[in-house]
Write a protein that binds this ligand. Structure first.
Ligand code: T4K
Length: 378
């Protein structure tokens, strides 16, 4: 079982969960019968309702992807000037700010959770700051209380990029209840997906109404267009797939819980490897990713060595998130992008590696990945 032969087939960092073709065909038949393909059809209405219940949030608005959703979130709150965010995230997070004519201000991250360091946010606030855009990286919740405290004291809005946090809860409350607006991504590579898609969640029905206008060109009715909106609509086919996929989430999550446990069991105690952060007992996690940090000085091999070497075994890991957003050519000239402002993020960006994590992996696959990883140690 745990030989060091390469895997016979490529093992990717993740694989999408697929519904059966029969389930999809059945739903497509409904769509064909209704002759309604997009623009607020019945599948869309039903999915919005079902997701609102699933995520335990008062209001939810569906989108064609998470990035457009986040752009609309910034528009709906009329954010401007500067927004404080994390450099340790996917490119979409700072890009939506730039697309809204807002300057991203990068704040360093916490060495344990890898989320924005709530204790450092205050020092980044200027008279131009309008909001905090925090990311629940790898599904680990941000310090929502501290972020609320600083936002309240300075009158700032809070937007959470919850792209990785589908189904995560704090103390029985859906993660989408925190902040003014949260964004979820339903991309194919996520625990839950609609092929491409996303959603915003919010507490205020009036905010939802504004968001629903913004994602439909600002069209109020056949006579009135009340704001410069965009096309952020999720169509009927993807909405229908999303309805099917809701039936798959919990089983997929359970499979990943088991695989996480095997990774933890096999890798804990290996000098130079830091495993996923521990969360308090009242947090329900989704186990979407499994990330290790490799300390080259102790492990004897760099993260880049491990990443390259894994390929010889047909294992395709990912360096989520390297390079940091503050290292992108479009952001590195910002004052907040200096290494001295972001020491923790720069260190973690060099160490982090996302290992394969999806329900289709077997326990033996994960054990073998761990044996391979441990064999690299010097
Ligand atoms: N905020 C954050 C914090 C995010 O992480 C993301 C997206 C967003 C915002 C924006 O949300 P969206 O607009 O995407 O809804 C992937 C995803 O495309 C992206 O959604 C995700 N974050 C990011 C972390 O990961 P890539 O460029 O790494 O994807 P890709 O195509 O390399 O796929 C990863 C692996 O998955 C492949 O090596 C193989 C496997 N795969 C992928 C696809 C698409 C398959 O087996 N089948 C497939 O169909 O960005």
């Amino acid at each position: 079982m745990t030989t060091l032969e390469p895997f016979t087939e490529r093992i990717y960092v993740t694989r999408p969960v697929f519904p059966t073709i029969e389930e999809v065909t059945e739903k497509l038949r409904d769509i064909w019968l209704a002759k309604w393909l997009t623009n607020n059809g019945p599948q869309h209405t039903m999915l919005e309702h079902e997701l609102k219940n699933f995520l335990r949030v008062p209001c939810l608005s569906l989108f064609n992807n998470g990035t457009i959703a986040l752009m609309v979130a910034c528009q709906s709150l009329r954010l401007s000037g500067e927004v404080i965010t994390t450099p340790f995230t996917f490119a979409a997070t700072p890009h939506v700010l730039t697309w809204n004519n807002i300057t991203p201000i990068f704040c360093d991250i916490d060495a344990e959770t890898m989320n924005i360091d709530a204790d450092k946010i205050e020092s980044m606030i200027t008279p131009h700051t309008t909001a905090i855009l925090a990311v629940h990286v790898f599904g680990t919740p941000c310090d929502v209380e501290k972020i609320l405290d600083v936002a309240d004291r300075y009158g700032l809005k809070i937007v959470y990029d919850a792209a990785h946090a589908f189904g995560v809860e704090i103390g029985g409350q859906g993660i989408g209840n925190f902040g003014d607006i949260s964004m979820f991504s339903f991309h194919a590579t996520k625990l839950y997906h609609t092929v491409e898609g996303g959603a915003l969640t919010m507490r205020d029905e009036h905010v939802k109404q504004r968001i629903d206008l913004l994602k439909n060109f600002g069209i109020k009715n056949e006579e009135e267009v009340v704001m410069p909106g965009i096309n952020g609509k999720l169509d009927e086919v993807r909405s229908a797939i999303g309805r099917i996929m809701l039936g798959y989430v919990e089983e997929e999550r359970q499979r990943r819980i088991r695989l996480h446990a095997i990774y933890n069991e096999e890798l804990s105690g290996v000098d130079g490897l830091k495993l996923m952060p521990k969360c308090s007992a009242d947090v329900k996690l989704n186990y979407q990713y499994y990330v290790v940090r490799i300390d080259e000085k102790i492990f004897g091999r760099s993260r880049d060595f491990v990443y390259d070497e894994f390929k010889n075994y047909n294992v395709f890991t990912r360096k989520y998130f390297h390079p940091l957003c503050s290292e992108f050519t479009c952001y590195r000239q910002l004052n907040s992008s200096t290494v001295s402002n972001l020491p923790v993020a720069n260190l973690i960006g060099q160490q982090v590696l996302s290992l394969p994590m999806y329900g289709g992996l077997s326990a033996d696959d994960v054990r073998k990945i761990c044996v391979i990883l441990k064999s690299f140690k010097r």
